[in-house]
Design a protein around this ligand. Sequence first.
Ligand SMILES: Cc1cc2nc3c(=O)[nH]c(=O)nc-3n(C[C@H](O)[C@H](O)[C@H](O)COP(=O)(O)O)c2cc1C
Length: 205
Amino acid sequence: MTTESRLTMTLGETMFTQRAIRRFRPEPIPDAELQDILEAAIRAPNGGNTQPWHFLVIRDPDLRTKLAELYREAWWAKRRDQGIMGPQDIPPGKNTMRSAMRLADQIGQAPVMVLLCATSQGPAAAASIIPAAQNLLLAARAFGVGGTITTLHADVDDRVHELLGIPAEAQVVYCLPLGYPRGTFGSVQRKALSEVCSYERWGGS
Ligand SMILES: Cc1cc2nc3c(=O)[nH]c(=O)nc-3n(C[C@H](O)[C@H](O)[C@H](O)COP(=O)(O)O)c2cc1C
């Protein structure tokens, strides 16, 4: 059997239930499923088919713990840049930010962390990582595995490179925890299409 034939969840169900999962059960992801998820990621569109990516998969508990500490620091560095110095500064109603804050405390519980790296610096290479991240998340969803796209921060960049032996010319674009969700995927909630789409001219029907 191939990866393609193992991805049997319908495209509709996969796309409409692929949510940001931030709470994980401790069970490991079987190697074969992880392999399939990564095989899907590398099928993604990318600039000129240059495939300027490297997927760094971290399962080792000690490395995950160290990366999780850096992740937490990065998350709060991003908030500090927004003037948010602690949980008390998170405005009421910012539920996604509160969930993300909890993830910053708990990301080490995810059995797998994937750093989606571009093999060179700059926005062009980084842009090719975006479709790969989505392919990866969709394939993960099809296997019942959850995760979410997250970013790091310049404050921790050198230490992340050093911890994981990432070459200086490569950039970490996303840090993606993966695991079986605590709770369910639920359905994706978005604005109505009519609010974000027009035909022929911006603002038309
Ligand atoms: C570019 C990008 C950066 C993101 N960064 C974070 C992050 O740092 N932490 C986090 O918990 N979620 C992060 N997310 C996930 C979003 O919060 C999530 O996709 C959004 O809230 C929609 O959630 P839903 O798909 O569950 O409806 C990011 C998503 C994208 C596309």
